[in-house]
Design a protein around this ligand. Sequence first.
Ligand code: BTN
Length: 261
Amino acid sequence: MANDLLTYESLRLALGGRPFRFLHRTGSTNDIARDWTDAPSGAVVVTEEQTAGRGRFGRSWIAPSGSALLFSVVLRPKVDAVQLTRLTMVGALAVAETLASLPAMAVDMVGLKWPNDVQIAGRKVAGILPELVWEGDTLSAAVLGIGVNVRTDFTGTPLEGRATSIERQVGAAVDRADLLGKLLVRIDHWAARVEEASLVAAWRAWLTTIGQRVNVRTMGETEEEIEGTADDVDDDGALILRLDDGTTRRIVAGEVTTQGE
Ligand code: BTN
């Protein structure tokens, strides 16, 4: 597929008047966004390649140069009470809606695996990493880091069969600057509604995990593997898991594996 090298000019064209920083190579766009102290809400940091890209739970996020869309948006939520789970919803929902709107994409191929994996045909195509930036007790910014596999080839890698890329799924070239422009419109939309119930309802509607038999590895204070059926999510985005003995567990952070994965 086409190799649409990102340039300052192509990004300026796609992003209009939105403030952005473009780096050919950097450690992590989340770090650049964190350090951009006078960035207005909605400003974005984009790169072709990360040398220290990170994912959830301290994992690294690796994408060969030119193969993915790697960016971080600076948000300045009005409330200190904004939660990471809410920001995750903003990112995951914006990506799902944008991918589903691509001309060559069948809408029912796109879904979300709880809490933040955007999938096409059950394979991960994008990940979301929100981080909060504090100045003392005051929230100074939220950084929403997003990595989208646009043409990454996972053949022969440990992720083969579990990860995919947009071009592989739609069989058509994707222009990353244009995709970024579209994504940011949806991020603006949902970031403005970060406190609203409509955000949770819209995010929930994309979750393919609900109703499935799953294994969950809980993360946080205690780490354990639990098997059950994903019954629902609650208003805070936690997963409600029904165990085989009929009891339910509320999972705040964890990693879900569905059968067949
Ligand atoms: C996940 O584990 O699913 C989240 C992956 C998030 C990766 C993106 S790429 C751009 C931004 N910069 C980073 O270092 N991570 C996020």
